[in-house]
Design a protein around this ligand. Sequence first.
Ligand code: ATP
Length: 208
Amino acid sequence: MELGKRRFSIGLTGGIGSGKTTVANMFAERGAALIDTDLIAHQLTAPGGGAIPEIHAQFGAAFLTAEGALDRSRMRQFVFSDPQAKSRLEAILHPLIRIETERAADTAHAAQAAYLIFVVPLLVESSGWKARVSRVLVVDCSEETQVRRVISRSGLPEPQVRAIMAAQATRAQRLAAADDVIDNDRDTAALEPQVDKLHLLYSRLARE
Ligand code: ATP
């Protein structure tokens, strides 16, 4: 059975620092079930995670930390300069993320919710995801706002933030893929009415 086709589901996406987590939590408060693919990817690459044996086998112990997690910064540097390594890592991670995502969508908690929200940072970049969800919701803000938020949250230097953004879909590409858009260029209070309106729409569509 295709993931997400069983239930009415939203694919929530947006660039780094756009406010995906903030917005997703507001939908959860209103009764949506959240499935965060980033969190799933982190769990798979934590010590004892399901992706660790294959990462070890293909990349070697040098890419694991002393605790046995994926050494994320080392791997990030490596795949940045080697697109083939990036594909190999994705070939390990993507099927596992898919299995765990399906498992999360099948839990009792998700079954009771009005609808599902998959939080997928790179949804627009991945053809599979767009096909699997009922609607694509983009959290949108200006690039300047993204840079400011990421720097204040993580302390990353601006060139590094801009490099991450350059490797993601552009704002225009994301907006072109959107069924619905939430404008997150203002304060969080400005999100409430937008989330309320979409929650009503999604609850109605989920019943149809
Ligand atoms: P990432 O892709 O980097 O995980 P994200 O898209 O999930 O980020 P959030 O974590 O929700 O984004 O938000 C990024 C940062 O900006 C957080 O520190 C969050 O508290 C803050 N933030 C989000 N929206 C707003 C807003 N409207 N006003 C002020 N701060 C905000």
